[in-house]
Design a protein around this ligand. Structure first.
Ligand SMILES: [Zn+2]
Length: 96
C-alpha cells in the first residue's frame, strides 16, 4: 500500500522480517542504547525493579527508565520509551 504521493512510503508490514530478527528469544543479550545517557549495554545488564505493578528496567549507568513491562489480564505491555536503539548481531555473524 502506498501513502500520499511518496513512492518511498510503504505499509509498516514491510518490516515484518526485520522485526522478527530484532525481537528474538535472546532479547536479554540485545544491546540497548539508553535514551538518557546514550550508554549501550545488554538489556540483561539493566537494573530491574520488581516491586511495583509491573517490572521497571533502569539503565545501570544513570538509572534512567529504559523499559516497563506490565502484564494485564488480557495483554502484555512493553514500554520502550527510554531506549534510543536496540542492536542485535546480524544473522550469519558470530557474537563478540
Ligand atoms: Zn543511562
Amino acid at each position: 500500500m502506498r501513502y500520499l504521493d511518496d513512492d518511498r512510503a510503504l505499509d509498516g508490514n514491510v518490516l515484518a522480517g526485520d522485526l522478527s530478527e530484532i525481537f528474538t528469544p535472546e532479547m536479554t543479550s540485545a544491546q540497548a542504547t539508553c535514551a538518557g545517557c546514550r550508554a549501550t549495554n545488554a538489556l540483561g545488564d539493566g537494573v530491574a525493579y520488581v516491586g511495583g505493578p509491573g517490572v521497571v528496567l533502569r539503565c545501570r549507568v544513570c538509572r534512567h527508565v529504559l523499559a516497563r513491562f506490565v502484564q494485564a489480564r488480557e495483554a502484555l505491555w512493553f514500554d520502550l520509551a527510554g531506549i534510543a536503539a536496540i542492536r542485535v548481531p546480524a544473522r550469519g555473524y558470530t557474537h563478540h
